[in-house]
Design a protein around this ligand. Structure first.
Ligand code: GDP
Ligand code: IMO
Ligand code: MG
Length: 432
């Protein structure tokens, strides 16, 4: 797996952290390529839980190089807080490298994220409030502040002054008051020394690793349905969480990616606002919430739960070029007598077999379900494909066949070891 991308194939929180941590054992470099601390990736190692927001999920292996790529947006306060917390638990974080081209989340981005949500009122997106959208806005408006700007105080101050001209106008309109350029610059420069040892040309680092035959794992955040271009716009995040962004977000060419692993829950969850055709409002949804402990890693918000949406998953397979699926949280479905999976939508009189082009169709889409028998056994002790009850195997097989992918990993618990790695993947055949 010289170049392997791990992406979320739903609305985020699919278990990317767990799968990345598992695969990182065989990788040399683990790189984040988009998003910021809107992400919350959980790893459970020997019963100990780690929640990472910004630092790649390979950080628990001290011998691996971890990269925060140019496509990521960084809140310095969160970054160093996370590093300190890791250090307190015996993980040095010295193996971290940060792209000089990555953009910084500034205090005004946080204020504007909150204010614009308030302004939107009932049309709000339900963002994580971490300043992600406003930071990407500035990146594309070419008034962003980058990590490398910290290395030149004069330029930094000028850039902050320029950015604040418009920001202060907006902040006043929102009745928040104005920020002082000198003070913002001083505060940011306070991080300069701590940043310095980590800053490097991460594109060069990753490409050199690949040239030497090393294994690079690209860790996505969020998921395909939160993609700014292809997700359920406007209820999306402000970056491209799909596999293609691994290239632009780290500075490697598409020819360097060999595998794309899509992580999907065996059911569906979503945090924040926006359409969700298979959402459940009954006791089955409550069971998923409680058994699956579906509370946001970043904001603690309750996640909305529903049946597996195979139309959406097939779409994610297409957008990402997923070569292998990691199906997580299969254990959570134990005890449900019948399992439903959406295989098409109905919009008015039309049957939709593909994810609809028009937002209105998706908003009104009624899922058409196929019903599969459930199982009662607890799956957490299952270590092999054969250990799974027949109904669970049939469920996985159905997912693989419907989406025309191979299932390579089946997670049956949060722990690193609670994962069935299939020697021959289930689905189209062929080995990985
Ligand atoms: P990410 O954002 O995609 O990394 O996912 P999160 O960490 O936000 O959410 C996934 C949650 O499910 C975490 O609490 C994981 O520890 C947990 N988890 C991952 N895989 C499994 C699994 O197979 N079974 C169960 N029960 N929990 C899992
Ligand atoms: P991980 O990496 C789930 C959602 C927010 C909101 C929308 C926009 O842990 O899977 P933003 O703050 O990005 O502007 O919010 O996107 N969202 C996530 N939902 N998991 C995530 O990350 C998310 N990151 C953002 O809830 O609906
Ligand atoms: Mg998460």
């Amino acid at each position: 797996m010289p170049g392997t991308v791990v992406v979320g194939a739903q609305w985020g929180d699919e278990g990317k952290g767990k799968i990345t941590d598992l695969l990182a054992e065989k990788a040399d470099v683990v790189a984040r390529f988009q998003g910021g601390n809107n992400a919350g990736h959980t790893i459970v190692r020997d019963g100990e839980e780690f929640k990472l927001h910004l630092i790649p999920s390979g950080i628990l292996y001290e011998a691996k190089t971890c990269v925060i790529g140019n496509g990521v947006v960084i809140d310095p306060h969160i970054l160093f807080g996370e590093l300190e917390a890791l250090r307190a638990r015996g993980i040095s974080g010295d193996n971290l490298r940060i792209s000089g081209n990555a953009h910084l989340i500034m205090p005004y981005h946080l204020l504007l994220d909150g204010a614009s949500e308030q302004q939107l009122g009932m049309y709000k997106i339900g963002t994580t409030g971490r300043g992600i959208g406003p930071c990407y806005i500035d990146k594309y408006a070419r008034v962003g502040i980058r990590v490398q700007d910290l290395l030149d105080a004069k330029i930094l101050k000028r850039k902050i002054k320029t950015a604040l001209q418009e920001k202060n106008f907006l902040l006043q309109r929102y009745d928040i008051g104005v920020l002082d350029a000198d003070q913002v610059t001083e505060e940011l420069l306070g991080y300069r020394e701590r940043f310095e040892p980590f800053i490097c040309d991460t594109s060069l680092l990753i490409n050199s690793a690949l040239d030497q035959g090393q294994h690079v794992l690209f860790e996505g955040a969020q998921g395909a349905l939160l993609d700014i271009d292809f997700g359920t716009y406007p209820f999306v995040t402000s970056s491209n969480p799909i596999a293609g962004a691994a290239c632009s977000g780290t500075g490697v060419g598409p020819t360097r990616v060999d595998h794309v692993i899509g992580v999907a829950k065996a059911y569906t969850t979503r945090v924040g606002e926006g359409p969700f055709p298979t959402e459940l409002f009954d006791e089955t949804g409550t069971a998923m919430l409680e058994v699956g402990q579906e509370f946001g890693t970043t904001t603690g918000r309750q996640r909305r739960c529903g049946w597996l949406d195979l139309v959406a998953l097939k779409y994610a397979v297409r957008l990402n070029g997923i070569t292998h699926l990691a199906l997580t949280k299969l254990d959570v479905l134990s005890g449900l007598p019948t399992l439903k999976v959406a295989v098409s939508y109905r919009a008015g009189r039309r049957q939709l077999d593909e994810f609809p082009l028009r937002q209105t169709d998706f908003h009104h889409a009624k899922p058409m379900y196929e019903e599969l028998p459930g199982w009662t056994q607890d799956l957490r002790a299952c270590e092999t494909w054969q250990d799974l009850p027949q109904e669970a195997r049939d469920y996985v097989q159905f997912v693989a066949e419907f989406t025309r992918t191979r299932v390579k990993f089946i997670a049956v618990g949060p722990g690193r070891e609670e994962t069935i790695v299939l020697p021959r993947s289930i689905g189209l055949g062929g080995a990985f």
